[in-house]
Design a protein around this ligand. Structure first.
Ligand code: ATP
Ligand code: MG
Length: 395
């Protein structure tokens, strides 16, 4: 896990060699103290972005106006941000202005939670003015300063508190929880994309029950798209954790059947890919409820969405008796192109007939009968089968 620290320390040393201060800050210090994997190391520095650009060969100016650049070191990326604070948040979304400050303590004071407001020197010494280490040892989520001011500045912090509780298994301190209950309606000022990202992380965390309990208990659910009109769904928890929005959508589609995927997609601004995957999974859940685990269900689901479907089924409380992956692999065909009868050959069987949607229907019927083991995938057999089907249809 410490592969990141070596190169991060090199970045810090280079800044110190140029007369600046630099520390590892935020999530990486928290995760390090927790003994968890550190995904990225953010660095806070006294130097201005222009000075950082001069020190390093490879710098990507991602947010100079906020004091942030990305330094590339040993093919890794490090966000290096000048100590800064923020002026009042005008519209609940953006601070009206950020300004640079001279001490790390000031920079730490703008951060959301005490566990996220620590810095660490390259030698491993902690700078912890808000007792973040204590909060971590007690597994408590506490705001830096008054929760009501901090949540009014940026209501997203309420979602972040619940999301961290789900990711880390921490308890949100009672006073913070009270303020979230009071101020949850401020969430309506936030962009739905930011809400969606935090909500996804909450549902996907190892302690997702804790997070979802808070979401329901604080009334935050009632301010989220779709859920606001279907508050009873807030109390229904998936039985296993869901990994992404498409799985979540499939799960909640069963709880709130009246809302089509299109509406979820529009109200939560989800990608078409997410929507399509959710529709595929939901279709297979429906098929299972009607007819059990059939080969054709597995075929239409496809290998890519199989794992997610199994996870959604578990989240809904269905126990699958056979291993669907094994069974999927042993299907006689996995796509229409594997049929030993193609469109041309089908047309030749019915030369008097015009092209039309019957072609697709017949090919799909063939696929289904092959997948379900009612017809062998050999040309002669397929021809016999389709002629019989045609006779039934015409007669
Ligand atoms: P993750 O593992 O999810 O990345 P993180 O703690 O690194 O967790 P980020 O969203 O990457 O979270 O933010 C990095 C740091 O910036 C936080 O640790 C916190 O100190 C600060 N921060 C982020 N968002 C806010 C916010 N809305 N208000 C105040 N401080 C914030
Ligand atoms: Mg981070």
């Amino acid at each position: 896990q410490h592969v990141l620290f070596g190169p991060a320390i090199e970045v810090i040393s280079a800044i110190e060699d140029h007369g600046g201060e630099a520390f590892m800050v935020g999530g990486c210090v928290r995760d390090f103290l927790l003994g968890q994997e550190v995904k990225d190391v953010d660095i806070a520095t006294s130097l201005r972005p222009e000075e950082i650009i001069n020190i390093f060969d490879k710098v990507i100016p991602v947010g100079i106006e906020h004091g942030t650049v990305i330094v590339r070191q040993r093919s890794l990326s490090f966000e290096v941000t000048t100590y800064r604070m923020e002026e009042d948040y005008e519209d609940y979304r953006h601070p009206s202005q950020v300004y640079f400050v001279s001490s790390i303590e000031q920079d730490l004071s703008r951060r959301d939670f005490t566990m996220n407001a620590m810095a660490m020197t390259s030698g491993g010494r902690l700078i912890d003015p808000f007792s973040g280490e204590k909060a971590i040892s007690e597994k408590q989520i506490e705001t830096v300063g008054s929760p009501s001011n901090r949540f009014e500045e940026d209501p997203l912090r309420m979602m972040r508190a619940l999301r961290f509780s789900s990711q880390l298994g921490f308890t949100v301190s009672p006073s913070v929880l009270e303020v979230i209950k009071e101020k949850s309606s401020l969430l309506q000022h936030l962009s739905v994309e930011r809400l969606a990202a935090e909500f996804e992380k909450t549902v996907a965390g190892p302690w997702y029950r804790k997070g979802l309990n808070y979401l329901a208990g604080t009334g935050v659910f009632a301010h989220l798209p779709v859920f606001c009109a279907h508050t009873d769904a807030a109390g229904r928890f998936p039985l296993v954790r869901l990994r992404d929005w498409s799985e979540m959508l499939s799960f909640y589609h069963q709880q709130i059947p009246g809302v089509p995927a299109e509406d979820w997609g529009r109200k939560w601004k989800l990608s078409n890919r997410t929507k399509k995957k959710a529709q595929n999974i939901s279709g297979a859940v429906q098929m299972y409820k009607e007819r059990g685990l059939g080969n054709y269900l597995l075929y239409t689901l496809g290998e890519a969405d199989l794992g997610s479907w199994v996870n959604v089924m578990r989240s809904l409380g269905y126990e699958l008796e056979t291993d669907p992956v094994e069974r999927y692999r042993s299907l006689p065909i996995h796509s229409r192109s594997e049929l030993h009868l193609d469109t041309e050959e089908l047309l030749q069987l019915f030369p008097e007939r015009k092209k039309g949607k019957w072609i697709g229907e017949y090919l799909n019927a063939l696929v289904q009968s092959v997948v379900e083991g009612n017809c062998v995938n050999e040309k002669d057999e397929l021809i016999k089968w389709i002629i019989e089907l045609d006779r039934q249809r015409q007669g």
